[in-house]
Ligand binder design. Structure first.
Ligand SMILES: Nc1ncnc2c1ncn2[C@@H]1O[C@H](COP(=O)(O)OP(=O)(O)OP(=O)(O)O)[C@@H](O)[C@H]1O
Ligand SMILES: [Mg+2]
Length: 378
């Protein structure tokens, strides 16, 4: 999959312009705060329908402007082309169009642009808290399967309602008697949505692990038993069972913990507490990994997403590498660049020209980014 070109209007500090990209390597050079990440953020936006750094619409619109518009020209691996547009207004209105046709739900966006985004925070995937690993799985799965995204969103909506009800109960704003039915209804909805999310996460872990082990072996130069294991909070999801039994099992767990939840005023179990364990041989890397090991494992897992997308959808996602080479020694950095460039279109942003010095891939375009303006470099 490739982004052939882009036309940007009103996106952060980027000067309105039309850019044509290389279908191989695209290099963005420039000092800090010039607009490199902003451009990657704009290009990656339609992949998930939001900013990879979690920015709100009003942060993305250029200071002093009322809206932004981005138009992308995309090409699939089979050569077919389509346009993808999005527009955001300060009042919160969002518009997406594929080939000129308006899209109303975020789930309909899934699959039109497949990307893998790599940035300095990515290396916290192994070392950081469980929310990092959940986000990794959720983003990966959402990009593959609209049904996963829909179930996850429905779960999160129901969870907010349940949490607010439990808070009200604890503060005495509601009577436990008349809240009981409402709580039971939220629990039924949560159990129903937890099943596809939990099953998706379990499948994702088994799918990605062997690919990640392969990348790790390449980068480390030796075969390694890298593992990625789903560690759900709900006991029901720890077993392999039929869907129907799962829902009943989860409901039973909600019932069991219900009195505790009411007392403490918050939900105490569910897929919002899930984690994944990253193991290298016998070691839990989160606890025992060296810096180099955890970093390489994180990079391997993220790159492995590309293999998963390829296996499932027969397309190679566009790779964004934002300022990550300072995290690696020179040999590993070069190896990573070459591996990524082998079968993907890639976008690299860096403030240090040294990171890519002497690298001459087949098809490459490079730009200097200065104060939001792109100048082509020879
Ligand atoms: N909504 C906005 N309107 C105008 N300018 C903005 C907006 N949001 C951010 N900026 C500007 O964009 C700049 C940051 O750009 P960006 O994050 O792309 O930098 P960068 O080139 O990636 O730098 P670094 O090498 O430090 O990562 C900041 O100077 C900021 O003032
Ligand atoms: Mg940046």
């Amino acid at each position: 999959m490739k982004i052939l070109g882009a036309r940007l209007t009103g996106f952060r500090n980027l000067v309105d312009e039309e850019i044509e990209f290389s279908s191989g390597v695209n290099l963005l050079l420039g000092g800090n705060g010039q607009g490199k990440t902003n451009l990657l953020e704009a290009l990656n936006f339609p992949a998930l329908g939001r900013s990879h750094r979690g920015a709100r619409a009003d942060e993305l619109i250029r200071f002093g402007e009322q809206h932004l518009h981005v138009h992308l020209e995309l090409e699939d691996d089979d050569g077919s082309r389509r346009t993808c547009e999005f527009g955001l207004d300060r009042d919160g209105t969002r518009r997406f169009r594929i080939d000129g046709k308006q899209i109303t739900r975020r789930t309909e966006l899934v699959g039109h642009l497949a990307t893998v985004f790599f940035w300095p925070q990515s290396v916290d995937l192994v070392r950081g808290g469980p929310e990092q690993r959940r986000r990794f799985a959720d983003q990966g799965l959402s990009g593959l399967d609209p049904a996963y995204l829909a179930a996850l969103s429905a779960y999160q909506r129901a969870l907010r309602q349940k949490a607010s009800l439990l808070r009200d109960l604890r503060r005495g704003f509601r009577h436990s008697g008349d809240a009981r039915d409402e709580l039971a209804a939220w629990n039924r909805e949560l159990a129903k949505q937890a099943v596809p999310v939990g099953m998706g996460r379990a499948e994702w872990a088994t799918l990605i692990a062997p690919f990640a082990a392969g990348v790790y072996a390449d980068l480390a130069g030796q075969p390694t038993p890298l593992e990625f294991l789903y560690r759900p909070r709900l006991a029901a999801l720890q077993e392999t069972a039929e869907k129907g039994d799962l829902t009943a099992g989860i409901l039973a767990e909600f019932d069991y913990i219900g009195a505790d939840e009411s007392r403490r005023g918050r939900p105490l179990t569910g897929i919002q507490f899930d984690d994944f364990e990253v193991r290298l041989g016998e070691l839990d890397l989160r606890v025992f990994g060296s810096q180099g090991e955890t970093r390489t494992a994180a990079i391997s897992l993220i790159l492995a997403q590309s293999d998963v997308v390829h296996e499932r959808r027969r397309v190679r996602p566009v790779l964004f590498l934002d300022d990550i080479f300072s995290e690696l020694d020179r040999d590993r950095a070069r190896q990573l660049q070459e591996r990524c460039a082998r079968d993907h279109q890639i976008f690299i942003a860096t403030a240090r020209a040294d990171d890519v010095a002497g690298w001459q891939p087949e098809a490459m375009r490079q730009w200097r980014v200065e104060d939001g303006r792109l100048t082509t470099l020879p």
